[in-house]
Design a protein around this ligand. Structure first.
Ligand code: DAT
Ligand code: MG
Length: 138
């Protein structure tokens, strides 16, 4: 099986709270390889492309606003089955109920906004990974 790649974002809440290092430590401890990493401040157009599947949903506008509220860290991550492996490491979408032991479950909570501030993004399929890596690492 060919080594797989995924897009990980440490979102603005993770960067602002000083959790980038803690999140990277978990990724490295799991054994995945950093291929590329950069600080990003995406414009609205980039986020519209990244989150195209969510356009029209109630949380879409708050999500874009949140993602423009400060810098994120974009990571190209590699390893066998890294797409599902990172999703497992991240935990489920809602940080309040994400399992302890996961990034979202251990480090996240509800901050009272209309969008889940859940620290990280990870691509959800090989197709998403290819599409998203092309957006963030063009
Ligand atoms: P994930 O990031 O776990 O892949 P997603 O792709 O369904 O989740 O949604 C993208 C982001 O949008 C998610 O990280 C946080 C926000 N979000 C999703 N569902 C939400 C909801 N029901 N209420 C508020 N924010 C939500
Ligand atoms: Mg998603």
């Amino acid at each position: 099986m060919a080594t797989e790649e995924t897009l990980v974002l440490v979102k603005p809440d993770g960067v602002a709270r000083g959790l980038t290092g803690a999140i990277l430590a978990r990724i490295e401890a799991k054994g995945y390889s950093l291929v590329d990493i950069r600080l990003v401040e995406p414009d609205r157009g980039t986020l519209e492309r990244h989150y195209a599947e969510h356009e029209g949903k109630p949380f879409y506008e708050p999500l874009l606003e949140f993602m423009m509220s400060g810098p994120s860290v974009a990571i190209r991550l590699a390893g066998n089955r890294v797409i599902e492996g990172f999703r497992s490491l991240a935990g489920t979408t809602d940080p309040t109920t994400a399992a302890p032991g996961t990034i979202r479950g251990d480090l996240g909570r509800d901050w009272g906004l209309k969008v889940q501030q859940n620290l990280v993004h990870g691509s959800d399929s090989p197709e998403s990974a290819a599409r998203e890596l092309a957006i963030w690492f063009a």
